[in-house]
Design a protein around this ligand. Structure first.
Ligand code: NIG
Ligand code: FE
Length: 415
């Protein structure tokens, strides 16, 4: 792979000389910015960076950033971007007054997506998901997690995870796969919850683990979906197959799932619109990342995540899109960063850490992605000239990802 030199960077964002695995609490305010910088890439990895005054002279490809900022690519650690069809009619139903939970109780929501997915051939799912991958690459995403959870049968969950596996082969974007068999109780088990949990544990998990199709296990722990006890049972089963937990918790209610996930050593707890003081206490000193998905309450008109309480308690937080057809039909991390600032009270510096390094940590990719450090994979984007780092969340309607790179190769140029 050839070398690439980027010159005249107005500000190189989150370049680290001593890479950290994540950043928590107060430290999230101190975002390193190197003004008037160069960045050198060799073999698809960051090789050197420094002030323009020390820029090496070299042959090979050179790009002039023209006064733009360089950011490490977004690390989107929570998506459901394999799905069969959009659900804009439910969006209209919500405008007319139905809630997300009411729509779900009537057999819409996740079950609607499951019906559509079951009847959609694998090739079609793959083509649609690949389009979404190209879309998020162009929006500056450089690492992503994708969940199953619209199959809800042995065959269809397997089909979804196969699609995710095949996506990995078609892109340089690193992808982590999460098995979310416990996304909703399928109607055929409505009178037989325990039977569905057994199906997940005894049939789905061994097959999926046997083929190495999932890195993590997830469950939607919420009233009307899965209980804390069921979630614990699933996490324990996942761990037996080497799958750590990344769990949907506290979207509408605080049920005690967060302390349970921490006890199980979950990689992350995700959503967190509703958080109690006990939840925060349980997260302190743990290895569990709090992952906030503010475009879900934006789209569902719910309360936003209390990011300030988490960060002020000294915790790290990550930000992700939740890209899915029901609660967040958007994979735009820049908008998530804006919402985190406008609606969750995060400072631009905190939101940028949360959307990059801490997101990488929430996928166990922090050694290779999430910041600009020598030896890490060269996934980054260049903005047009902007006045400051705060301009990125401020200009919420502008696409500031002008040129995006994966492994040092430009994948989109919007100039
Ligand atoms: O993270 N809350 C559970 N799952 C998804 C939404 C899934 C859907 O509505 O299709 C979420 O918001
Ligand atoms: Fe989700």
């Amino acid at each position: 792979m050839p070398s690439l030199l980027i010159r005249n960077i107005q500000s190189l964002v989150l370049a680290e000389t001593s890479p950290r695995p994540f950043v928590a609490g107060r430290d999230m305010q101190a975002l390193p910015l190197l003004e008037d910088a160069y960045l050198l890439i060799e073999g698809g990895r960051f090789h050197a960076f420094g002030p323009m005054a020390e820029c090496p002279e070299r042959a090979g490809e050179t790009i002039d950033a023209g006064g733009g900022f360089v950011f490490p690519s977004w690390c989107d650690s929570h998506t459901h971007l394999v799905f069969a069809a959009s659900r804009e009619m439910e969006f209209v139903d919500r405008i007319k007054g139905l809630s997300y939970e009411e729509i779900a109780r009537r057999g819409g929501g996740i079950l609607n997506s499951a019906r559509r997915l079951r009847e959609t051939p694998e090739e079609e799912l793959l083509a649609a998901a690949l389009k979404r991958i190209r879309e998020i690459e162009a929006l500056g995403t450089g690492a992503v997690e994708i969940k199953s959870g619209y199959g809800l049968t042995v065959e269809s969950e397997w089909k979804m995870l196969r699609v995710i596996q095949r996506l990995k082969e078609k892109t340089t974007l690193p992808i982590k796969a999460t098995f979310l068999g416990a996304h909703a109780l399928p109607p055929e088990y409505s009178q037989h919850r325990e039977g569905y949990i057994r199906l997940i544990i005894d049939e789905m998990l061994p097959r999926i683990a046997g083929e190495g199709l999932a890195d993590y296990i997830d469950a939607f722990c919420e009233k009307g979906f899965f209980t804390v006890a069921e979630t614990e049972q699933l996490m324990e089963a996942g761990v037996r197959y080497g799958m750590k937990a990344k769990v949907h918790v506290n979207q509408f209610n605080s049920l005690g799932a967060i302390p349970a996930c921490v006890r199980q050593g979950a990689i992350s707890v995700d959503h967190l619109e509703v958080v109690s003081d006990e939840d925060i206490e349980s997260l302190k000193g743990s290895h569990t990342m709090s992952t906030l998905l503010p475009s879900a309450p934006f789209f569902l008109n719910d309360a936003y995540q209390p990011a300030r309480r988490l960060i002020d308690a000294g915790l790290p937080v990550a930000l992700a899109t939740d890209y899915n057809p029901g609660s967040t039909p958007s994979g735009k991390m820049q908008f998530v960063v804006s919402l985190a600032c406008i609606k969750c009270g995060m400072l631009p510096e905190e939101a940028i850490y949360a959307a990059t390094l801490n997101g990488a940590r929430a996928m166990e990719l922090e050694q290779e992605y999430g910041s600009i450090a020598v030896g890490k994979v060269a996934n980054f984007f260049i903005t047009p000239p902007i006045p400051s780092v705060a301009y990125l969340p401020y200009a919420f309607g502008s696409d500031l990802v002008e040129r995006a790179f994966l492994k040092g190769e430009m994948v989109v140029d919007k100039r």
